[in-house]
Design a binder for this molecule. Sequence first.
Ligand code: SF4
Length: 429
Amino acid sequence: MNIHESEKIAGTLEYLGYTETKDSKEADIIVFNTCCIRDNAEKHALGNIGAVKHLKKSKPDLIVAVVGCMTQQDMAGVQLKEKFPFIDIILGTNNLDKLGECVLDIVNNRHKSILIDPNENPAIVEHQPVYRTSGTNAWLNIMYGCNNFCTYCIVPYVRGRERSRKMSDIMDEFKSLLDQGYQEITLLGQNVNSYGSNLDNGDNFARLLENIAKLDDYTKHRVRFMSSHPKDINMDIIDIIADSKSICNNIHLPIQSGSDKILQLMNRHYTRDHYLQIIDDIKKKIPDCGITTDIMVGFPYEEEEDFQDTLDIVRRVGFSSAFTFVYSIRRGTKAAVMPQVPAEVSKDRIQRLIKEQNAVTKAISKTYEGGVFEVLVEDINPKKEGFVCGRTDTGRLVNFQGNADLIGKFVDVKIEKTQSASLFGSIKE
Ligand code: SF4
């Protein structure tokens, strides 16, 4: 989501005539697109903003803007301005489309701007310029905000309630991305499965996927989506994925914890049995589906027994990979005032979880050995000269010999060896 918002920021600046530089000393404008989903990200952003103070001193015309969800927290805009008075523009997540206006105001010697929009249901602004940076993949927002209020998460407070784009606007953009030659499109939303919940015309995620699948043969392409919420995914969605050529057999389904007690404290609205049932349904319909997840340890009240339930889920499901985290306190959320798990306990659990998941990932990787898989080549391999990398339909990263001419092409690769999460092979002529 943040990467795509950065693409919109860069698109606005490009529209105003700015060009990209990798050297901050050369920049006429620096925009920090912040994230407050975890404490670390916030500290990182503050450190980076502080570091441009000397640039501003030596180049007073430099415009410094801070945008993104960190600024949308209660009083954060004012506090930022107090801490870093050299900032020229502060915008929230709901009014990023105002960036161009604010820049022009400053260039025309008018005023500095702090514009945080506390509106929980801001209007969706269509047709913003986008400067795409993700190679073969194009991000496509289908909705904004979230209604779920998981007790550890700050997103609904800083990004507002769910707002879905009109199906026709999404389909127009989707088709235009195919016309521009993108080989992969990733549909974005905090919870894509509840797409349409605020529309009054019955549109929903299954119907959107159905329309997207009608374009299976329009060009050779792949479709991915993130993130799904286990309480909202259903058989209609799974059936469409199973039947479509372009929608990848790859579902990211964050479980967060394998303990019913913790899931309830997290306000996740599903049980471990319900989650396992969905996994069963997916495996029956899409046997080779790559299932990935997010797992958190050290959530308040988590005991060893709860953690064992999480390890059990990891073994039973067979996630092809997992994003694993230690719970991080977010001010203003319900979990922030719950009794916290000692840091050393969380540290021990995350290490054990990673070890367990690594063993599962390695075992799944082994099943690829000897097989031939279609790979979309995404980039040259930065670590190995003469090699490129790409992904299978199931989302597995594959490395093999090749050059930049292959980027954007679909090739069949025979997997010869595997190393934990990485697969290595060679092009099958
Ligand atoms: S579904 Fe839960 S974790 Fe995901 S963005 Fe919404 S509140 Fe946060």
